[in-house]
Design a protein around this ligand. Structure first.
Ligand SMILES: O=C(O)c1cccc(C(=O)CC[C@H]2O[C@@H](n3cnc4c(=O)[nH]cnc43)[C@H](O)[C@@H]2O)c1
Length: 216
């Protein structure tokens, strides 16, 4: 059995994690931005490792994220209790309806729009990162960029601590392979009106390096 597979979106996130890793059995793979490419690439990496007789033992989606300002500061670290596909569903005049509430047969929904973190893996990460903010992390296809959509998202997911773009896709790939999953994020920007210049990427990448020893 191989070690842990850590999936990031971009190479800068992978480099930051590698810089802090203490366990040589951890593989870090940058696979692209968004849940579709992240899910497909993770599934392929898991299948190749299994076919080679060296299956991974667990999967972590890791990288930077937007944080809900009242719950986590820029530069802070977040651990997901669940990864939620926040925009998977239907709009209606009465508001957003999550895919789970559309009346589809359960077999068509996979795990639904919420994939909980593996309890043991999450407990190990929490023990190693006691300062981390813990709560649901949303997966979005579109970076939230207005005050109105931030407020709407916050109303729909009042416990959510952060949003990113890959966690749910990676989680579904891990679940299909029967592997434990967790999501670890560091906050590069507050969720809110778009201000790309205010993203603190360097600070968030440094926090990823600091958190990396927890990945073992
Ligand atoms: O400049 C942009 O608007 C932009 C749009 C998409 C991706 C990026 C990246 O730099 C990719 C990195 C990665 O960052 C995660 N991330 C960071 N902050 C947020 C956020 O506020 N909302 C959603 N995702 C965020 C995400 O996982 C990207 O893959 C730049």
């Amino acid at each position: 059995m191989s070690g842990l597979l850590v999936v990031t979106a971009v190479p800068a996130e992978a480099d930051a994690i590698r810089a802090g890793l203490t366990d040589p059995a951890v593989t870090v793979a940058p696979v692209g931005v968004g849940p579709a490419v992240a899910g497909a690439a993770t599934a392929r990496l898991l299948a190749l490792a299994e076919a080679a007789g060296r299956p991974y033992r667990a999967v972590v989606s890791a990288g930077v994220a937007g944080g809900f300002a009242e719950r986590v500061a820029v530069g802070g670290t977040v651990l997901a209790t669940a990864s939620i596909a926040a925009d998977l569903g239907a709009e209606s005049p009465d508001g957003f309806i999550p895919i789970d509430a559309l009346g589809m047969p359960p077999a068509l929904l996979g795990g639904g729009s919420t994939v909980p973190a593996d309890p043991d893996l999450l407990a190990a990460l929490r023990a190693a990162l006691p300062e981390a903010t813990v709560g649901p992390v949303l997966t979005v296809n579109t970076v939230t960029g207005t005050a109105a959509s931030t407020a709407a998202l916050s109303r729909r997911y009042p416990d959510a601590v952060a949003e990113a773009m890959e966690g749910y896709g990676v989680a579904v790939a891990a679940a299909q392979a029967g592997l434990p999953f967790a999501e670890l994020r560091t906050v590069s920007n507050p969720i809110g009106p778009r201000d790309r210049g205010a993203w603190r990427m360097r600070e968030a990448l440094a926090a990823l390096t600091e958190a990396a020893p927890a990945l073992s």
